[in-house]
Design a binder for this molecule. Structure first.
Ligand code: DOR
Length: 435
């Protein structure tokens, strides 16, 4: 390529991982120089970071973008905007759409729409079973070999409850070199459940979702993954007891990883007293003891990553009585701030730690070789730029998602994403999407 057709970007006064300020020169999407007082080519675009913290772009292993079929709640386009504004450069879109993403046709559509929009790499997650029915394995091999190159399979929203189906899925996953992401919930223990089984649910008269319904599936799946020598990823861990199971399995060499959502780091079932369905989510908000255990396990690395479980629901699904409301909450634009509040400010994670749980480990688990990379010469210029001192008030109506179901409405949160850069292209500047 001739020098003339190269594109350059000079980022000035940025602090990689919160360290001393530097300039970063990017040429054709790759970091070509890091230092102080760097000169840019005359035609270079420039971005003054103003001392903000530079991190590798965030990778979310768990989002619901609702397309196809649920466009009243979110589309790949509105979800991509929300993701970019949240500092994300790659997201994994769950298959509980209509039609379900259980075939090459659907996963290729999702991948292609993501590419057309171009703000964030959208990786479709394939269903484990046909129609999420839990009975027949979907054509995982075909989806893996398709243009969408599916690397993560899940029936999220539903558990692969049948142990024999789960065993077969893990065996296929092992031979295909892909990962099974399990929504760990024994449905026979949670039938009709509306809230965490505990004192709050009893007082409110809501039927309980026992923590053991999560813990037992994780224990079972770790044994199955061990036998199949397969990679198992556990979605949205919510109970302190599950952490002990994970710790034991990891120590025994099982290939298991786990995620926690921002809401399970911050919010508890104490919020349920007003019966506001914005707080309804699956798995449910649990106790302060659980949130404390989640934070410690994330700091320790027993929980590998933060994933949002971004679950937009249009008003008609949420502005209804508790039992009829759909579970789920928005997460993409608030994830970084909740992590700053729960982990960075209390001293549980430094900025290297944030990069680990929001970028490096998720990219490894999801099999993305060009995401979650070190900030270094020769590496892709895929970044999130964070102002750690900013404070902002969350307003659901002002978020980019089509739905507004944020549980943080009116809350003041620390830390904001000021810019996002995907392979040298600025997707967000001054907190605004660059179309
Ligand atoms: O709260 C949730 N919402 N949990 C899930 O597992 C599914 C998700 C959704 O699709 O809305």
């Amino acid at each position: 390529m001739s020098r003339d057709s190269m594109s350059s970007l000079l980022i000035t006064n940025a602090r990689p991982y919160g360290e001393d300020p530097v300039d970063v020169l990017v040429t054709d999407g790759v970091v070509t120089s890091i230092g102080t007082g760097l000169d840019a080519p005359s035609d270079a675009d420039t971005l003054d970071a103003g001392g903000a913290v530079l991190l590798p772009g965030f990778v979310d292993l768990h989002v619901h973008l609702r397309e196809p079929g649920g466009e009243e709640s979110e589309t790949i386009e509105t979800g991509s905007h929300a993701a970019a504004l949240g500092g994300f450069t790659a997201v994994f879109a769950m298959p509980n759409t209509d039609p379900v993403a259980d075939s090459a046709v659907v996963v290729e559509h999702v991948r292609r729409r993501g590419e057309e929009i171009g703000l964030v790499d959208v990786h479709p997650v394939g269903a484990v079973t046909v129609g999420l029915g839990g009975e027949r394995l979907a054509e995982m091999g075909t989806m893996a070999a398709s243009r969408a190159q599916v690397r993560l399979f899940s029936d999220d929203g539903r558990c692969v409850n049948d142990p024999l189906i789960m065993r077969r899925a893990l065996e296929y996953a092992s031979s295909l070199g892909v990962v099974i992401a399990q929504h760990a919930e024994d449905h026979r223990l949670t039938g009709g459940a509306q809230a965490h089984e505990g004192a709050v649910a009893s007082r409110l008269g809501l039927s309980g979702w026992p923590a053991s319904a999560e813990e037992t599936i994780v224990a079972r799946d770790c044994a199955l993954a061990r036998d199949a020598k397969a990679a198992l990823h556990v979605c949205h861990i919510s109970s302190a007891r599950t952490i002990d199971v994970l710790r034991t399995a990891k120590a025994a060499g099982v290939r298991v990883s786990a995620e926690v959502t921002p809401h399970h780091l911050l919010l508890t079932d104490g919020r349920l007293t007003g019966y506001d369905p914005v707080n309804k989510v699956n798995p449910p908000l649990r106790t302060a003891e659980d949130t404390r255990a989640m934070r410690e396990a994330l700091a320790e690395g027993v929980i590998d990553v933060v994933a949002t479980d971004h679950a937009p629901h249009a008003a008609q699904y949420k502005d209804t009585e508790w039992s009829a409301a759909k579970p789920g909450m928005l997460g993409l634009q608030t994830a970084l701030s909740v992590l700053v509040e729960t982990m960075v400010e209390p001293g549980l994670l430094d900025w290297h730690g944030v990069a680990r749980v929001l970028s490096e480990r998720p990219a490894e688990i999801g099999g993305l070789p060009d995401q979650g990379r070190p900030i270094a010469e020769g590496e892709p210029a895929t970044f999130a730029l964070v102002d750690p001192d900013a404070q902002w008030t969350v307003r659901g109506a002002a978020l980019a998602s089509r739905a507004a179901n944020t549980p943080y409405e009116g809350m003041r949160l620390p830390g904001s994403v000021v810019a996002t850069i995907l392979r040298g292209r600025i997707t967000v500047r001054d907190g605004k999407v660059q179309a």
